[in-house]
Design a protein around this ligand. Structure first.
Ligand SMILES: Cc1ncc(COP(=O)(O)O)c(C=O)c1O
Length: 403
């Protein structure tokens, strides 16, 4: 993957400033990529389909503000802390939807008090607890029910439904639970939420998920004529081609397929939610870290960078390499015969004293020298916020917005 020249120049400039502060790792963001993607999706999606930003992908205010400026319909949050960040970025309660298992009593109370757009119910206990809180405040809270569909997507990076899951209510239990939940006095059932998987490159697979929710909605509306699924939430999941195999997710094909499904099911008068994280943010970020050391260990080059999984845990967490480019810095040699990388597969890890600290494995590099900067592309999603920054008490890398 080629890093644009203006980003490379900026990386070199920022690197010099960071070294002055004793830091040799940092994130660079250009959120104009995110902005353009949101604009494009808004243009191509069928009527009724709203784009929400799943802020867990990158909770930095730069990204929230970009989402706001680009005109997303709202934000998907998974904690009270995320909700507070939304308020700080200028979003109002009726633009916030709250998903995720294990919402605490305080989080539910906060949701009701502020009157969030929807709270997504993940269990029967959560429904009862939320209702009790809504009764206490004499408010009606809009809800969606999150379903753990009996379906999984094979080429996804992470499956969120199928089998036994802590997320959502098992699909087959819905028929029994729905009358109970919809009879709770202070909850207003608005529809279903089925989020199948993250990091999906196959449009057909994600459309199959949509079809499944449509079928389920029809079934329950036939069985319970007083119930209507006004809102259908498909979750996130649009994938990013981290392995650079030319398998880019096509939002245009998805939009076309969804339009056809909406017509087939005669669902034109409903609202649809896409809560996207990775797809919107991944290509807005680069994680940059200096190569501190290179050594040969039993035939494999071990490239040791200033930051490891404490700054960028995603490759280790998902066992996936990101595209890496090396920016040559032409630093003076430390000693004449020091190791360097030349056209070979390497391991890249940071300064943490365990072997799980890997940011790339079996990664082919043309060239790398001590003192060069390793740049991990597509690092705008699930980067710093998913990393264990306190481990070994290294500094936290700065996040620098360049556009
Ligand atoms: C409920 C929910 N919605 C949306 C997302 C965003 O998913 P993605 O980054 O794959 O778009 C996630 C990610 O875990 C999620 O849990």
């Amino acid at each position: 993957m080629l890093i644009p020249q203006y980003i490379k120049s900026k990386i070199k400039e920022v690197y010099q400033q960071q070294v002055q502060q004793g830091k040799r790792s940092f994130y660079i963001y250009d959120t104009s990529y995110m902005y353009n993607k949101i604009q494009h999706l808004k243009q191509i999606m069928p009527a009724g389909v709203d784009i929400f930003y799943a802020m867990k992908a990158n909770p930095h205010s730069y990204f929230l503000k970009t989402a706001k400026n680009a005109g997303v319909k709202g934000i998907e949050i998974a904690s009270l802390g995320e909700g507070m960040k939304c308020f700080e970025a200028g979003f109002s309660a009726d633009e916030i939807i709250f998903t995720g298992p294990g919402k605490s009593p305080e989080e539910l109370e906060w949701s009701v008090k502020h009157g969030l757009k929807t709270v997504h119910i993940e269990s029967l206990a959560e429904a009862y607890r939320l209702n009790q809180i809504a009764v206490k405040y004499n408010k009606i809270q809009n809800i969606l029910i999150r379903i753990n569909a009996d379906f999984d997507i094979h080429d996804a990076q992470a499956n969120f439904s199928g089998g036994s899951k802590k997320l959502g209510i098992d699909e087959e239990k819905l028929i029994d639970y729905l009358p109970i939940i919809s009879s709770l006095s202070n909850l207003k059932f608005q529809g279903l939420h089925v989020y199948a998987a993250s990091g999906v490159l196959s449009v057909d697979d994600l459309l199959t998920n949509c079809k499944l929710v449509f079928k389920l909605s029809k079934q329950i509306e036939e069985k319970f004529p007083h119930i209507k699924c006004e809102i259908i939430d498909f979750g996130g999941g649009f994938g990013i081609d981290y392995l650079q195999k030319g398998k880019n997710f096509s939002p245009e094909l998805y939009a076309q397929g969804l339009k056809e499904l909406i017509q087939e099911y005669n669902f034109q008068n409903r609202s649809f939610v896409l809560e996207l994280g990775r797809y919107l943010t991944a290509d807005s970020g680069w994680y940059c870290t200096e190569i501190i050391d290179i050594k040969d260990s039993r035939g494999i080059k071990q490239v040791i960078t200033a930051g490891g999984t404490n700054h960028f845990r995603r490759p280790a967490a998902l066992s996936i390499n990101h595209p890496v480019e090396i920016i040559e810095m032409n630093q003076p040699k430390i000693f004449d015969t020091q190791s360097q990388v030349t056209k070979e597969q390497v391991f890249i890890g940071g300064p943490l004293c365990n072997t799980a600290d890997k940011v790339a494995k079996d990664l082919y590099l043309e060239n790398a020298d001590i003192g060069d900067i390793a740049v991990f592309c597509l690092a705008g999603a699930y980067g710093l916020s998913m990393s264990h920054t306190d481990f070994l008490s290294h500094y936290k890398p700065e996040e620098i917005l360049i556009i």
